[in-house]
Write a protein that binds this ligand. Sequence first.
Ligand SMILES: NC(=O)c1ccc[n+]([C@@H]2O[C@H](COP(=O)([O-])OP(=O)(O)OC[C@H]3O[C@@H](n4cnc5c(N)ncnc54)[C@H](O)[C@@H]3O)[C@@H](O)[C@H]2O)c1
Length: 316
Amino acid sequence: MKILITGGAGFIGSNLAKKLMDRKDKVVLIDNFNDYYDPKLKQDRIKKYLKGYDFKLYKGDIRDQKLLERIFKNEKIDKVMHLAAMAGVRYSLKDPFLYEDVNIKGTMNLLEMSAKYKIKNFVFASSSSVYGNNKKMPFSETDSVDTPISPYAATKKCTELIAHVYSHIYGLNVSGLRFFTVYGPWGRPDMALFSFTSNILDGKAIDVYNRGKMSRNFSYIDDIVSGIIAVLDKPAKYEIYNIGGDKEETLMRYIEVLEENLGQKAKKNLLPMQPGDVPSTCADIKKLRKLGWKPATRIEEGIKNFVDWYKEYYKI
Ligand SMILES: NC(=O)c1ccc[n+]([C@@H]2O[C@H](COP(=O)([O-])OP(=O)(O)OC[C@H]3O[C@@H](n4cnc5c(N)ncnc54)[C@H](O)[C@@H]3O)[C@@H](O)[C@H]2O)c1
């Protein structure tokens, strides 16, 4: 199979690319290496993490329709995993139009091409943030997601709606994945684990929102990658899946495990809740489990792997 991964230099995209190539799939990556966070990390994922692998990389933008046409025409792609997006909740309040442009229009461009070139399976990244302040736990795919609370979440909900249109009108097989707080080696500097680690090592305080009264289904990258592959391998007319860890953990426990691994205590700035953020997310993952997938990594193991990677990457 030849699989196009958008956002291929990103955290999830690069990890997925590696796993697919390990099982001898061919991959084509597109990424615009934007500077929302340090582009050097994106370049290193390609140059160092994917070193020795054979793949095609397009440095370009999913908003560039001509480029996409060229890729789809030349590459004879079988399946698409669409991960490219503006991904941070907080920054979406600062620049909502960028999120609209990349996340909504960019996704429509890819759906157009995928319908035109009769792609066998189009899988795309949605987010647990579509659940907004949903009170019912755990969050299930059948819960209403009509009340997002950030521009980012609203764009992700939009992609679920637009993708349905392409499934309905053109018979494109479409599956959307609602990711729940993914973490692990080669992770994202704008996410808590990364910034906590660098602050603790620098002796700086960490910002702990909602005074630490938060919980998440933290999801380890290898589990997420195997879940994505399970969905890529099983085209469906239109499905939405939650994809996340199987254990809800408190933010304070997450920090404690990090402190143990760094051998250092964190100074904590206990702060109020941030606009657009939610106090807890907990995934009902029964639906994806039915495809034979099972998350296996506890935070004790996952955070250790992250810290080992971080120290090696930054030569600490
Ligand atoms: N990591 C998580 O916890 C999480 C949670 C929920 C949803 N998601 C979603 O999963 C997807 C992947 O997330 P990630 O954590 O790997 O983020 P990431 O930012 O590391 O990866 C996204 C990649 O897309 C690229 N990109 C952004 N705009 C682009 C454009 N216009 N054209 C081409 N490339 C572009 C970026 O340069 C980046 O390398 C995103 O759609 C994100 O919204 C992630």
